[in-house]
Design a protein around this ligand. Structure first.
Ligand code: GLC
Length: 416
């Protein structure tokens, strides 16, 4: 029987075969899994609408039964494909909205971290025209780093609300980014306090998400929520699994389908992906990791990391490059096994690192992420690790070119 194109991603080859009905799913990775269809087909669209790019169904028996089976299967598959709820925990849901949105996220940059603008619009470092500048440079999204506890005195102690002006500044930032065609990630960046004392700040963490999720519930799908930047310290990977479920449940009350970004514990560390427990039925999730390895190289010269005088550390041997590739391969393997899209939400090198090592590292990390289909965001636009020099009012060219390679110069026309 001939191929049926149900959509661009799904191709079903319906073939007659005696005895059992079996589905072979070829995953993007190239591996082929044989699935017990009765167990997995449930009420579940993910199986076929996802990374399953090719399925071969073998039916059997007489021509009439065969025909009936074929139509029944077409109905089941189509029905599954159209359903909006996914449920197969191990499926790679590559056509789920989270994958499509992750593609749209593409290349991004972290902005507005600890900017005085959150306390007073008139004192902002970040100027309204920077959204266009970011878009024109070739970025597709911004990750807005929010510190609502710090910027709303009394809030985390339960004595106050998020200030009206604070929320209006957030609205302005989202409106301005969207107007330039940038997607927006709302990143809850109070990771230090939550890491130091998770119990004390849990209520304020959930309350913040209740307020933000209600306020932003009618925003387009290009506005994404990131539950918490870099869970760490006392917010252990195990405890984080509980907190993320609680926060996600709060968000889902008002935003049942919005794509939410969640990363593993220990500072969004690739090596903690295996401890991350996400609700399998929720496929509107992108998983994030951060990458600053080797730390002594990326943070050399940074006083806040206790490395003000530890400079001159080189990077770039074949072994150095292989280490990055092997770290990313591990993350990719996990992502494929779990069927989750991947977002590299932070990476960068402090500006005291030697050149050209710094730009070589940036190029390798950005290209290796892209090669695996991950979206990414550079840390960060201004303040430190800068990509844009606020004083000079211009991009740091070496950083920008490493992140977004300029098009090759046009060749002069050859005489005929
Ligand atoms: C971290 C944080 C950010 C910090 C940066 C550089 O992981 O998310 O706040 O400034 O990376 O260390």
């Amino acid at each position: 029987m001939e191929s049926q194109n149900l959509d661009r991603r799904l191709q079903l080859r319906l073939v007659a075969e005696p005895a059992t009905l079996k589905v072979l799913v070829r995953l993007r990775s190239g591996s082929t899994q044989s699935l017990d269809t009765k167990k997995h087909m449930r009420n579940d669209s993910s199986l076929f609408s996802a990374t399953a790019t090719k399925c071969s169904c073998f039916a059997a028996n007489s021509p009439l039964i065969r025909c009936l089976r074929v139509f029944a299967w077409m109905f089941v598959v189509w029905n599954c494909h159209c359903s909006t709820e996914f449920g197969w925990d191990r499926a790679a849901h590559s056509s789920a909205p989270a994958f499509a949105i992750n593609q749209r996220l593409g290349r991004g940059i972290n902005i507005l971290s600890l900017d005085p603008i959150w306390r007073d619009r008139a004192r902002g470092w970040f100027k309204p025209e920077y959204f266009k500048l970011i878009r024109d440079a070739g970025f597709n999204h911004v990750r807005i780093n929010l510190t609502p506890f710090g910027d709303n005195p009394g809030f985390a102690q339960g004595t106050n609300a998020l200030r009206k002006e604070y929320l209006e500044t957030l609205d302005w930032a989202i409106d301005s980014a969207l107007a330039e065609g940038l997607l927006v990630i709302i990143d809850f960046h109070e990771f230090t306090l939550l890491g130091e004392n998770p119990d004390a700040y849990k209520a304020a963490f959930l309350k913040t998400w209740e307020i933000l999720a209600e306020r932003l519930k009618n925003r387009p799908s290009g506005v994404l929520f990131e539950l918490l930047n870099e869970p760490n310290s006392k917010l252990t990977p195990e405890l984080w699994n509980q907190y993320l479920r609680d926060a996600l449940a709060v968000v889902r009350k008002t935003n049942p389908k919005r794509v939410v970004i969640i990363g593993p514990g220990n500072w969004n560390n690739i090596d903690k992906l295996h401890d991350l427990k996400l609700p399998p039925e929720d496929t509107n999730i992108i998983v994030t990791v951060h990458y600053y390895s080797p730390y002594d190289f990326t943070h050399q010269g940074a006083a806040f990391a206790g490395k003000a005088d530890k400079v001159g550390i080189r990077w770039g041997t074949d072994d150095d490059r292989r280490a990055v590739i092997s770290d990313f391969d591990r993350a990719q393997k996990w992502a494929q096994e779990q069927g989750r899209p991947m977002y590299l939400g932070e990476f960068g090198v402090f500006d005291k690192a030697p050149e050209p090592d710094r730009t070589q590292w940036l190029k390798l990390v950005a290209r290796e992420a892209e090669r695996r289909g991950w979206s990414w965001a550079y840390w960060q636009f201004a303040r430190d690790f800068i990509a844009f020099d606020l004083e000079k009012g211009q991009w740091v060219k070496s950083v920008l070119d490493a992140l977004i390679p300029p098009p090759p110069p046009e060749q002069p026309a050859q005489p005929q």
